[in-house]
Design a protein around this ligand. Structure first.
Ligand SMILES: C[S@@+](CC[C@H](N)C(=O)[O-])C[C@H]1O[C@@H](n2cnc3c(N)ncnc32)[C@H](O)[C@@H]1O
Length: 294
């Protein structure tokens, strides 16, 4: 449909009608989560939350809202993820800012949050100090600090943009008083002992990056994806450093890619870390494991 007619159809129609039209456009373009994305983009275009969208479905869409929605749909059809278009992402119970050049946190990473919570609670006391290695947007650190109100945390990332994003998200969640973010290479700038270490490091084998979906390849930074030749470089370094900063009885929990569970467990074992628990992602695939010093 030509742009002017599309605009005329949306403008003055109801939000429910705009949603239905956005859905069909995204479905026709083969967008995987077409229904969810159309809803998020319309909410963003109208500046309302999910509840307002549900109860205000018969409200009319203004000219500005219609124009914004069409622009968002164009960008989504062009391969830009909805979270990047809106600059926001729901993660765990939080609403986080997503910045260009910083990894967009994924729903699958909530497996690591679930695992970290379980393992920390199994120890019989809540963690006092939490370390997030390769913190990116700060998603993991924010989620864990929100669940453990007595804990403090440190986020580490080698990317300046990621450190700035993590600081912004900690402030957005009201958690900046209990956390600091340092720029550095894994443990280089890390001092002291931690009861809980989490990490979702880069784990894609370098040779597979060009074949990733364009939504990942074109929008997430290579630094957040590239795990070296076999995808496991980061774990080799992280498990060495973990031994130095884990408090007695502490645990480290890491995310990994599909099919990497056994290799990651072997690398941990080689460094004297014993697997104590694991967790699956939304597709019921092994995606995170936790370890303690043997
Ligand atoms: C897969 S992303 C994870 C981001 C965030 N933790 C999440 O789960 O959404 C990996 C992160 O590790 C960071 N990183 C890569 N190499 C690093 C290094 N040598 N030291 C510290 N951070 C590093 C990247 O900049 C990126 O932010």
């Amino acid at each position: 449909m030509p742009r002017d007619s599309a605009l005329a159809t949306l403008q003055g129609g109801s939000r429910d009608e705009a949603l239905a039209s956005g859905r069909s456009r995204l479905r026709a373009a083969g967008v995987e989560a077409a229904d969810e994305d159309a809803r998020l983009l319309l909410q963003g275009a109208c500046g309302v939350d999910r509840l307002a969208m549900v109860i205000g479905g018969d409200l009319p869409v203004s000219g500005d809202e219609a124009r914004r929605f069409l622009e968002f749909l164009d960008r989504r059809v062009g391969g830009e993820p909805a979270s990047r278009i809106l600059g926001r992402r729901a993660f765990w119970t939080l609403d986080l800012e997503v910045r260009p050049g910083v990894l967009d946190p994924r729903g699958d990473t909530e497996a690591l949050v679930r695992l970290a919570l379980r393992v920390a609670l199994q120890a019989g006391q809540t963690p006092r100090r939490i370390l997030d290695l390769g913190c990116g947007s700060g998603a993991l650190l924010c989620a864990l600090l929100s669940e453990f109100p007595a804990a403090s945390g440190v986020g580490v990332d080698v990317s300046e943009g990621a450190c700035a994003a993590a600081i912004a998200n900690l402030a957005l969640c009201g958690l900046d008083g209990r956390a600091s973010v340092v720029r550095g290479h894994w443990f280089d700038q890390v001092e002291g002992a931690f009861d809980l270490i989490v990490s979702n490091p880069p784990y894609i084998p370098a040779g597979e990056i060009d074949a990733l979906d364009r939504e990942v390849r074109d929008h997430d930074p290579r630094l957040a994806l590239d795990g070296g030749e076999d995808g496991l470089d980061a774990y080799r370094e992280i498990f060495v450093g973990a031994r130095r900063v884990l408090a007695p009885g502490g645990a480290i929990a890491v995310e990994f890619g599909l099919g990497q569970a056994a290799d990651v467990a072997r690398l941990a074992r080689d460094r004297g870390l014993q697997k104590v628990d694991s967790e699956q992602d939304l597709g019921r695939r092994d995606r995170a494991a936790a370890f303690r010093v043997e």
